[in-house]
Design a protein around this ligand. Sequence first.
Ligand code: SF4
Ligand code: SF4
Length: 430
Amino acid sequence: MPKRKLGIEIKRSGRLDNENDVVIPVASDLLKVEGIPTRDAEVSYYSREFPLESFAVTESASAIWSEKERNKVSPETSRLYKAYQDEIMPWVQKIRDVSTKLPTSQKVSSNITELVKDKAKELGYGEVGFTKFDRRYIYSSRKDEVKRDLPNAICLAYEQDFIRTQTIPSLDAERAQGDAYLEQAKLSLKLSEFLLSIGYRSQISGPVWHFGPLIPMFVQSGLGQLGVNGQLLSPHFGSRARLQILITDAPLEHDVPIDYGIYKLCETCQICFMRCPGKAIQAQRVWYRGVEKNKLIHRRCRPVMTRYSGCGICIKVCPVQKYGMAEVMNHYLETGEILGKGTENLEGYEIPGKGYFPPGKVPAFDREFFDMPTGSEEEIALSDFNNAMDLSSDLTDNEKEEIWREFQNRLMNDREKKTTIVDMGMDINI
Ligand code: SF4
Ligand code: SF4
């Protein structure tokens, strides 16, 4: 006799092109909201009055700090990131060039949604959905580059390798992430070619160079819900999904947001919050820019990511990532419990140099561990320059000249850094 009453059953097509459909049973006590709790007027207000910007731009000082620190504490991670950057950058350029390409045939006028979905699945994407492209989610520095006449968004999730992801935090898991990004880059170029061949243009957001945050449109197109860990929990592979959006003028039928029960499941689960070594995930949800979510504390997360192979423990310990949504929801329906909670298999992790941490135990760090600059490198360089010049009456002309030269060098360095990918391919500052 199941412990919980069945609320709804959600049918999703298989993870791969040739796999059977999957049924996700959601217990009635987990039903709360389709998608993410959102106050639409507030989303519009914030996007107008306080436009979004990429972390790579607003937090460039900590990205530069991170690179130097990583070189010091983990040169092998630095080498991996550098090799990844060399490999992916030509693909990023090809992706950005897609916006200039024109259709190679007349417009196909029927079954377009089916055609695009089938093609994306055939290419290897695990989750495919459609929605209106929401321009409120464009970074202000990228607004001019995003075409205005491509109104529809194709949301594409690609699965990062399962086995290597379970070794988080590790270089192997970082490689798995880089491999997924590289594969996505290649597949999205093929999908854009396909769109041109049926008469439609497109532009691609991700990997590495994004128009803006992608999760809101994935949720809107029914491909999952937002987890406490700040990631999209997609039906087949939870937070192991690597996300990408193609915008297009192809007339596509839009999907709708779905309540998979994640909002309430997360309230009971809380594993990512408890297992985060940096205590970087806030316990309570807050309203932020019109959306209700658990905020991530960047200054608690980046120092851990920098020193321990990109961390990612909040991905690894999520049961939806590890077992899939159908398994987790079935288990909850039968037992009223979270699959894997309290087990070493799900919650245990090893941090190089710190040891193994079973459920209930997390590493401790000194306060100084979290010291890092915040804000943009330009702001910090200017503030240092102003502080130094405040003392200028006591300085010789040579010393003033030296301060000026150092300020210029920092700005030049920052400009060069704009072509460096932040961490393992999150974004680039151009
Ligand atoms: S990446 Fe690591 S430190 Fe950052 S939120 Fe996730 S678990 Fe916490
Ligand atoms: S670990 Fe638990 S609380 Fe965190 S995102 Fe996954 S399901 Fe939600």
